[in-house]
Design a protein. Sequence first.
Length: 299
Amino acid sequence: MSQILSREKQINELYSQIAGVPDPETGISQPETGIAQPGDLVFLITHYPSKTLRSEIKGKGWREAARLRLRARWRVHLGYDSDDWDDWHVAIYLEGRKRKSHIRVNPYIIHSTGQKGVQINQISPGDFTNESPEVRTRVEIVQFEGIRDEQRKEIVDFSLSKIGLAFDWSVGQHARTTYAFGLPNLLHNPNRYACQQLVIDAYAAAGIYFPHPYKSFPIFNIGRLLGHPLGHPKDRVNPRFPYLYDHHIYRDPRFKVKAVLYEDPMSGEIILKTENLEKYSWNPQLKEKYLSGMNLDRS
Protein backbone atom coordinates (compact mmCIF):
# COMPACT_ATOMS: atom_id res chain seq x y z
CA MET A 1 0.00 0.00 0.00
CA SER A 2 2.79 2.43 0.86
CA GLN A 3 4.39 1.85 -2.56
CA ILE A 4 1.07 2.64 -4.28
CA LEU A 5 0.63 5.80 -2.21
CA SER A 6 4.20 6.89 -2.96
CA ARG A 7 3.60 6.45 -6.69
CA GLU A 8 0.34 8.37 -6.49
CA LYS A 9 2.06 11.20 -4.64
CA GLN A 10 4.78 11.32 -7.25
CA ILE A 11 2.22 11.63 -10.06
CA ASN A 12 0.37 14.35 -8.15
CA GLU A 13 3.56 16.40 -7.78
CA LEU A 14 4.51 16.03 -11.43
CA TYR A 15 1.01 16.96 -12.58
CA SER A 16 1.19 20.09 -10.45
CA GLN A 17 4.39 21.11 -12.22
CA ILE A 18 2.80 20.56 -15.62
CA ALA A 19 -0.62 22.08 -14.96
CA GLY A 20 0.29 24.84 -12.52
CA VAL A 21 -1.37 26.33 -9.45
CA PRO A 22 -5.18 26.10 -9.39
CA ASP A 23 -7.32 29.06 -8.48
CA PRO A 24 -8.90 28.37 -5.07
CA GLU A 25 -12.35 29.40 -6.31
CA THR A 26 -12.56 27.84 -9.80
CA GLY A 27 -10.02 25.03 -9.49
CA ILE A 28 -8.58 26.05 -12.88
CA SER A 29 -4.85 26.60 -13.08
CA GLN A 30 -3.72 30.20 -13.08
CA PRO A 31 -1.94 31.49 -16.20
CA GLU A 32 1.79 30.79 -16.58
CA THR A 33 2.10 28.86 -13.32
CA GLY A 34 2.73 25.52 -15.03
CA ILE A 35 4.93 24.12 -17.76
CA ALA A 36 2.09 23.58 -20.23
CA GLN A 37 0.12 26.53 -21.56
CA PRO A 38 -3.19 26.56 -23.47
CA GLY A 39 -2.62 25.87 -27.15
CA ASP A 40 0.60 23.88 -26.67
CA LEU A 41 0.68 20.48 -28.33
CA VAL A 42 0.76 17.23 -26.36
CA PHE A 43 2.15 14.14 -28.09
CA LEU A 44 1.35 10.69 -26.73
CA ILE A 45 4.01 8.43 -28.22
CA THR A 46 4.19 4.65 -28.10
CA HIS A 47 7.60 3.18 -28.88
CA TYR A 48 8.46 -0.48 -29.49
CA PRO A 49 12.18 -0.70 -28.61
CA SER A 50 12.77 -4.21 -29.95
CA LYS A 51 10.58 -4.03 -33.05
CA THR A 52 12.28 -3.75 -36.46
CA LEU A 53 11.28 -4.89 -39.93
CA ARG A 54 13.63 -7.85 -39.62
CA SER A 55 12.21 -8.89 -36.23
CA GLU A 56 8.66 -8.63 -37.57
CA ILE A 57 9.17 -10.81 -40.63
CA LYS A 58 11.33 -13.40 -38.86
CA GLY A 59 9.52 -16.74 -38.83
CA LYS A 60 6.60 -15.44 -40.92
CA GLY A 61 5.32 -17.10 -44.07
CA TRP A 62 6.13 -15.43 -47.38
CA ARG A 63 2.66 -13.85 -47.71
CA GLU A 64 2.78 -12.25 -44.26
CA ALA A 65 6.42 -11.22 -44.77
CA ALA A 66 5.50 -9.60 -48.11
CA ARG A 67 2.62 -7.74 -46.45
CA LEU A 68 4.91 -6.41 -43.73
CA ARG A 69 7.51 -5.33 -46.29
CA LEU A 70 4.86 -3.47 -48.27
CA ARG A 71 3.61 -1.80 -45.10
CA ALA A 72 7.17 -0.70 -44.24
CA ARG A 73 7.63 0.65 -47.77
CA TRP A 74 4.40 2.63 -47.53
CA ARG A 75 5.46 4.07 -44.18
CA VAL A 76 8.68 5.26 -45.84
CA HIS A 77 6.52 7.35 -48.20
CA LEU A 78 4.81 8.76 -45.09
CA GLY A 79 8.21 9.87 -43.80
CA TYR A 80 9.04 6.97 -41.48
CA ASP A 81 12.19 4.92 -41.48
CA SER A 82 11.55 1.28 -42.43
CA ASP A 83 12.46 0.21 -38.88
CA ASP A 84 10.27 2.87 -37.21
CA TRP A 85 7.09 1.31 -35.82
CA ASP A 86 6.16 4.04 -33.35
CA ASP A 87 2.51 5.04 -32.82
CA TRP A 88 1.47 8.66 -32.35
CA HIS A 89 -1.43 10.68 -31.01
CA VAL A 90 -1.45 14.49 -30.87
CA ALA A 91 -3.66 16.71 -28.72
CA ILE A 92 -4.05 20.38 -27.84
CA TYR A 93 -3.41 21.39 -24.26
CA LEU A 94 -6.41 23.07 -22.64
CA GLU A 95 -5.73 23.80 -18.96
CA GLY A 96 -5.14 22.35 -15.51
CA ARG A 97 -8.19 21.57 -13.38
CA LYS A 98 -8.60 20.51 -9.78
CA ARG A 99 -11.78 19.03 -8.39
CA LYS A 100 -12.72 20.46 -5.03
CA SER A 101 -12.66 17.07 -3.33
CA HIS A 102 -9.35 16.00 -4.93
CA ILE A 103 -5.72 16.76 -4.16
CA ARG A 104 -4.50 16.37 -7.73
CA VAL A 105 -4.64 19.08 -10.38
CA ASN A 106 -5.07 17.27 -13.68
CA PRO A 107 -3.77 18.47 -17.08
CA TYR A 108 -6.60 18.46 -19.63
CA ILE A 109 -6.34 18.13 -23.41
CA ILE A 110 -8.65 18.53 -26.41
CA HIS A 111 -8.26 15.73 -28.93
CA SER A 112 -10.09 13.39 -31.26
CA THR A 113 -10.30 9.63 -30.80
CA GLY A 114 -11.98 6.88 -32.73
CA GLN A 115 -14.28 6.08 -29.83
CA LYS A 116 -15.83 9.50 -29.15
CA GLY A 117 -14.53 11.99 -31.71
CA VAL A 118 -13.49 15.44 -30.50
CA GLN A 119 -13.56 15.56 -26.70
CA ILE A 120 -11.88 16.85 -23.56
CA ASN A 121 -9.92 14.40 -21.40
CA GLN A 122 -7.24 14.50 -18.76
CA ILE A 123 -3.77 13.12 -19.36
CA SER A 124 -3.88 9.66 -17.83
CA PRO A 125 -0.99 7.96 -16.00
CA GLY A 126 -1.46 5.17 -18.52
CA ASP A 127 -0.21 7.56 -21.19
CA PHE A 128 3.33 7.46 -19.75
CA THR A 129 3.55 4.22 -17.73
CA ASN A 130 4.01 0.70 -19.03
CA GLU A 131 3.06 -2.82 -18.02
CA SER A 132 5.25 -4.50 -20.63
CA PRO A 133 8.95 -3.87 -21.32
CA GLU A 134 8.15 -4.45 -25.01
CA VAL A 135 6.18 -1.21 -25.10
CA ARG A 136 7.38 2.19 -23.89
CA THR A 137 5.00 5.15 -23.70
CA ARG A 138 5.73 8.82 -23.10
CA VAL A 139 4.09 12.24 -23.13
CA GLU A 140 5.88 15.18 -24.73
CA ILE A 141 4.70 18.78 -24.51
CA VAL A 142 5.87 20.98 -27.37
CA GLN A 143 5.43 24.70 -27.97
CA PHE A 144 5.40 26.74 -31.17
CA GLU A 145 8.30 29.16 -31.02
CA GLY A 146 7.14 32.76 -30.60
CA ILE A 147 3.45 31.94 -30.21
CA ARG A 148 1.38 34.88 -28.91
CA ASP A 149 -1.33 34.84 -26.25
CA GLU A 150 -4.03 35.80 -28.76
CA GLN A 151 -2.98 32.88 -30.96
CA ARG A 152 -3.23 30.52 -28.02
CA LYS A 153 -6.78 31.72 -27.40
CA GLU A 154 -7.73 31.27 -31.07
CA ILE A 155 -6.36 27.72 -31.07
CA VAL A 156 -8.25 26.75 -27.92
CA ASP A 157 -11.49 28.50 -28.93
CA PHE A 158 -11.46 26.79 -32.33
CA SER A 159 -10.85 23.38 -30.73
CA LEU A 160 -13.60 23.88 -28.16
CA SER A 161 -16.04 24.78 -30.94
CA LYS A 162 -15.49 21.30 -32.45
CA ILE A 163 -16.30 19.31 -29.30
CA GLY A 164 -18.71 16.49 -30.14
CA LEU A 165 -17.81 16.14 -33.82
CA ALA A 166 -17.18 12.60 -35.01
CA PHE A 167 -13.79 11.04 -35.76
CA ASP A 168 -12.69 10.98 -39.40
CA TRP A 169 -11.95 7.30 -39.96
CA SER A 170 -11.21 7.87 -43.63
CA VAL A 171 -8.23 10.20 -43.11
CA GLY A 172 -5.65 7.53 -43.92
CA GLN A 173 -7.48 6.29 -47.00
CA HIS A 174 -8.06 9.78 -48.39
CA ALA A 175 -4.50 10.94 -47.72
CA ARG A 176 -3.10 8.02 -49.70
CA THR A 177 -3.97 9.77 -52.96
CA THR A 178 -1.88 12.74 -51.82
CA TYR A 179 1.11 10.64 -50.81
CA ALA A 180 0.92 8.39 -53.86
CA PHE A 181 0.05 10.91 -56.57
CA GLY A 182 0.11 14.45 -55.13
CA LEU A 183 -3.66 14.89 -55.51
CA PRO A 184 -5.65 16.95 -52.98
CA ASN A 185 -7.61 15.19 -50.25
CA LEU A 186 -10.97 16.12 -51.81
CA LEU A 187 -12.92 13.62 -49.73
CA HIS A 188 -12.04 15.27 -46.41
CA ASN A 189 -15.19 15.96 -44.37
CA PRO A 190 -14.76 19.27 -42.48
CA ASN A 191 -17.32 18.09 -39.93
CA ARG A 192 -15.18 15.13 -38.89
CA TYR A 193 -11.73 15.26 -37.32
CA ALA A 194 -8.84 12.92 -36.77
CA CYS A 195 -6.39 14.09 -34.11
CA GLN A 196 -3.87 15.67 -36.47
CA GLN A 197 -6.60 17.30 -38.57
CA LEU A 198 -7.88 19.11 -35.48
CA VAL A 199 -4.38 20.48 -34.82
CA ILE A 200 -3.89 21.58 -38.44
CA ASP A 201 -7.23 23.43 -38.54
CA ALA A 202 -6.87 24.96 -35.07
CA TYR A 203 -3.40 26.32 -35.79
CA ALA A 204 -4.53 27.59 -39.20
CA ALA A 205 -7.28 29.52 -37.38
CA ALA A 206 -4.46 31.27 -35.50
CA GLY A 207 -2.50 31.95 -38.69
CA ILE A 208 0.03 29.13 -38.20
CA TYR A 209 0.49 26.76 -41.14
CA PHE A 210 2.57 23.65 -41.70
CA PRO A 211 5.10 22.99 -44.49
CA HIS A 212 4.91 20.13 -46.98
CA PRO A 213 6.96 16.97 -46.31
CA TYR A 214 6.97 16.30 -50.06
CA LYS A 215 10.53 14.92 -50.23
CA SER A 216 9.37 11.53 -48.95
CA PHE A 217 6.77 11.23 -51.75
CA PRO A 218 7.45 8.63 -54.47
CA ILE A 219 9.65 9.97 -57.27
CA PHE A 220 6.72 9.87 -59.76
CA ASN A 221 4.44 11.92 -57.47
CA ILE A 222 3.48 15.24 -59.08
CA GLY A 223 3.57 16.85 -55.62
CA ARG A 224 7.24 16.01 -55.34
CA LEU A 225 7.93 17.60 -58.69
CA LEU A 226 5.96 20.76 -57.87
CA GLY A 227 7.11 21.03 -54.26
CA HIS A 228 3.51 20.72 -53.04
CA PRO A 229 0.40 18.60 -53.70
CA LEU A 230 -2.25 20.02 -56.02
CA GLY A 231 -4.66 22.39 -54.27
CA HIS A 232 -2.04 23.62 -51.79
CA PRO A 233 0.09 26.77 -51.76
CA LYS A 234 3.77 25.92 -52.16
CA ASP A 235 4.74 27.22 -48.73
CA ARG A 236 2.09 25.55 -46.58
CA VAL A 237 -0.51 22.82 -46.22
CA ASN A 238 -4.02 23.88 -47.13
CA PRO A 239 -6.21 22.94 -44.13
CA ARG A 240 -9.08 22.24 -46.54
CA PHE A 241 -7.12 19.24 -47.84
CA PRO A 242 -5.23 17.91 -44.79
CA TYR A 243 -2.89 15.01 -45.35
CA LEU A 244 -0.20 15.36 -42.66
CA TYR A 245 0.27 12.85 -39.85
CA ASP A 246 1.21 13.48 -36.24
CA HIS A 247 4.94 12.89 -36.73
CA HIS A 248 5.10 15.56 -39.45
CA ILE A 249 3.80 18.14 -36.98
CA TYR A 250 6.24 16.94 -34.30
CA ARG A 251 9.23 17.34 -36.62
CA ASP A 252 8.41 20.93 -37.55
CA PRO A 253 11.52 22.80 -36.32
CA ARG A 254 9.41 25.71 -35.08
CA PHE A 255 8.09 23.47 -32.29
CA LYS A 256 10.39 23.00 -29.30
CA VAL A 257 10.06 20.31 -26.64
CA LYS A 258 9.13 21.85 -23.27
CA ALA A 259 8.66 18.75 -21.15
CA VAL A 260 8.85 14.96 -21.34
CA LEU A 261 7.01 12.61 -18.99
CA TYR A 262 7.84 8.90 -18.92
CA GLU A 263 8.53 5.88 -16.73
CA ASP A 264 12.13 4.80 -16.35
CA PRO A 265 12.30 1.22 -17.68
CA MET A 266 14.88 0.13 -15.11
CA SER A 267 13.76 1.72 -11.84
CA GLY A 268 10.05 2.21 -12.59
CA GLU A 269 10.39 5.83 -11.44
CA ILE A 270 8.21 8.37 -13.22
CA ILE A 271 10.39 11.14 -14.62
CA LEU A 272 9.55 14.65 -15.74
CA LYS A 273 12.34 16.29 -17.75
CA THR A 274 12.30 19.99 -18.61
CA GLU A 275 15.92 20.76 -19.56
CA ASN A 276 18.26 19.85 -22.43
CA LEU A 277 15.41 18.28 -24.37
CA GLU A 278 15.62 16.99 -27.93
CA LYS A 279 13.09 15.41 -30.24
CA TYR A 280 13.29 11.63 -30.66
CA SER A 281 15.30 11.38 -27.47
CA TRP A 282 14.00 7.82 -26.94
CA ASN A 283 15.74 6.62 -30.11
CA PRO A 284 19.13 8.14 -31.05
CA GLN A 285 19.20 6.32 -34.40
CA LEU A 286 15.88 7.79 -35.49
CA LYS A 287 16.88 11.21 -34.18
CA GLU A 288 19.96 11.11 -36.39
CA LYS A 289 17.98 10.02 -39.44
CA TYR A 290 15.06 12.41 -39.02
CA LEU A 291 16.67 15.55 -37.67
CA SER A 292 20.16 15.67 -39.14
CA GLY A 293 19.24 15.71 -42.81
CA MET A 294 19.83 12.02 -43.52
CA ASN A 295 16.12 11.30 -43.98
CA LEU A 296 14.34 12.68 -47.02
CA ASP A 297 11.34 13.83 -45.01
CA ARG A 298 12.19 17.20 -43.52
CA SER A 299 9.16 19.20 -42.45
